[in-house]
Design a protein around this ligand. Structure first.
Ligand code: ADP
Ligand code: F6P
Length: 471
């Protein structure tokens, strides 16, 4: 029998994607998104296994070790990528779980693929987990895995964490197969959510659709019980600071300001190119502020970084067209030769370049219409100047913890413009006080603390772990 592990993580993606270039050569690149940012830091050196997809179609690469982790690839066919990943995960569940910002698509064949791929992940976990091991399943793509895995391996301790919101019952109600998802999740011993509201939405759905008894945050299944509560995720503050505190990154931050022509204020947006992130609302606000004359294109520069994401899903293609049209219009109206109002980059960058951008930015614009957490907000707080200003949407999980940010409702364009102007023009001691409070939150609530707390809650479930009792 092959080597087995006491600690196994399962997520749709591995921390690295296999990419085949036009010359046929293969290379591994860091996968996009907050889940990988967080879990990569948690898993390094832990001697655990990570079960996930390598990001390309067809046969999976052989399992391999990297950065102190055992990576165990799960194959997806072209059809499964279309039906399970792009279809059910990202064109059905993603919009339903993000307040139905776009209309979800419901297809019965996609559900079949979702079930089949979840089964494959459950089997892969069962294959690599040692007797009595802990298996930590992640996110909305794998909601059936806990129940399937428990059937295969009742000896395991099984946890699940949702990186995205869990919708209100009125929206969850739309989902064909809603009972199957709730039953799938209840195969776990412990369920973690970003916010108390998300855990509450899940528990309400369980009461309503499975007619089970729920006492506090515990669901009674008769022969066992499952606890569901909030454990908000965070970032590897120390690791990011180590990147930030290098001469190269500090010099690069200065260089970015110079390259933009030493403006009075640099505004920054950093997101996956996703319709949940409120990028269009942010650009519209910036364009109107330039048009109103409240911002001056020679003194106020916006950098918008948009990581390519889910590029074959129609809503994402449409969003890219809309964003790029708006960027073109703003620059057409307001740029001068050698002085572009808005720098837009549809690219991924390494950690050092990201840290340099955060360090260079005076104002960070985080304006999602809905977001599970938003790690970018916490990364900015860690890297920005002492008087940096964070404009933060109240519809992010981060808003619960980062109350000292300049809060905004991105749907209210007039209000959003006012908040952006407030962040730009606030006296520096107001900005400094707010940032100092934000920093103290982010420097103590790190991703390492999150993992420690999550795993303690998983071991103790359905009871509360020691560090929560009495809190
Ligand atoms: P999500 O998980 O929805 O993508 P988060 O804000 O929680 O959103 O996490 C995004 C992560 O991806 C952060 O760690 C951020 O620094 C990283 N990131 C975002 N844009 C880029 C980019 N263009 N290049 C590299 N990393 C990026
Ligand atoms: O939690 C949001 C999420 O779906 C994560 O699973 C992942 O970190 C990120 O978005 C990227 O999405 P994808 O894996 O579809 O590129």
């Amino acid at each position: 029998m092959s080597h087995t592990y006491d600690f196994v993580v399962a997520a749709n993606r591995l921390p690295v994607d296999r990419v085949t270039g036009e010359d046929g050569n293969e290379e591994w690149r860091r996968s996009p998104g907050g889940l990988v940012t967080a879990m990569d830091a948690v898993m390094r050196g832990r001697d655990g296994a990570w079960v996930g997809w390598a990001g390309d179609p067809g046969e999976a690469p052989a399992p391999f070790d990297d950065a102190g982790m055992h990576l165990h690839p799960v194959p997806l066919s072209e059809q499964e990528i279309a039906d399970y990943y792009e279809g059910h995960s990202n064109d059905t569940l993603w919009p339903v779980y993000h307040d139905v910002i776009i209309t979800p698509t419901f297809k019965r064949s996609w559900r079949g693929a979702y079930r089949a791929v979840n089964k494959r992940f459950a089997q892969a976990c069962a294959d690599v987990a040692a007797e009595g091991a802990t298996v930590w399943v992640h996110d909305y793509q794998l909601q059936l895995v806990p129940e399937m895995l428990r059937e295969l391996r009742p000896d395991l301790r099984i946890g699940w964490f949702n990186h995205i919101p869990f919708p209100a019952v009125e929206l969850f109600a739309q989902l064909p197969g809603r009972e199957e998802i709730l039953e799938g999740l209840l195969g776990a011993d412990f369920l973690g959510f970003q916010r108390t509201e998300d855990a509450g939405n899940f528990l309400r759905a369980v009461r309503q659709y499975l007619d089970l008894d729920v006492t506090g945050d515990v669901v009674d299944l008769g022969d066992r019980a499952v606890r569901a509560t909030a454990v908000p995720i965070s970032i590897d503050t120390e690791g990011l600071r180590a990147v930030l505190d290098t001469d190269e990154v500090q010099a690069r931050a200065r260089e970015i300001r110079e390259q933009l022509g030493n403006p009075d204020k640099i505004l920054l947006g950093v997101d996956r190119l996703d319709y949940t992130k409120g990028i269009r609302h942010r650009l519209k606000a910036f364009g109107e502020l330039l048009a109103d004359g409240q911002l001056d294109p020679t003194k106020h520069k916006l950098i918008q970084v948009a990581t390519p994401s889910r590029e074959r899903v129609k809503a994402y293609m449409d969003l890219r067209d809309q964003v790029e049209l708006t960027v073109g219009r703003i620059n057409g109206d307001f740029s001068r030769i050698g002085a572009t109002a808005l720098t837009y980059m549809h690219q991924s960058f390494d950690r050092a370049e990201m840290a340099a951008m955060f360090a260079a930015a005076d104002v960070m614009l985080v304006t999602p219409l809905r977001d599970g957490m938003n790690l970018v907000a916490k990364e900015y707080v860690t890297c920005c100047p002492a008087d940096g200003a964070l404009v933060l949407s109240e519809f992010t999980g981060a808003a619960t913890e980062l109350g000292e940010a300049y809060m905004c409702n991105p749907h209210d364009l007039t209000g959003l413009k006012q908040v952006i102007m407030k962040a730009i023009t606030a006296p520096s001691d107001d900005r400094e006080q707010r940032m100092s409070a934000l920093r103290s939150t982010v420097s103590t609530a790190t991703v390492q603390e999150w993992a420690k707390h999550y795993l303690a809650a998983l071991q103790a479930a359905p009871a509360r772990p020691e560090d929560e009792v009495g809190s």
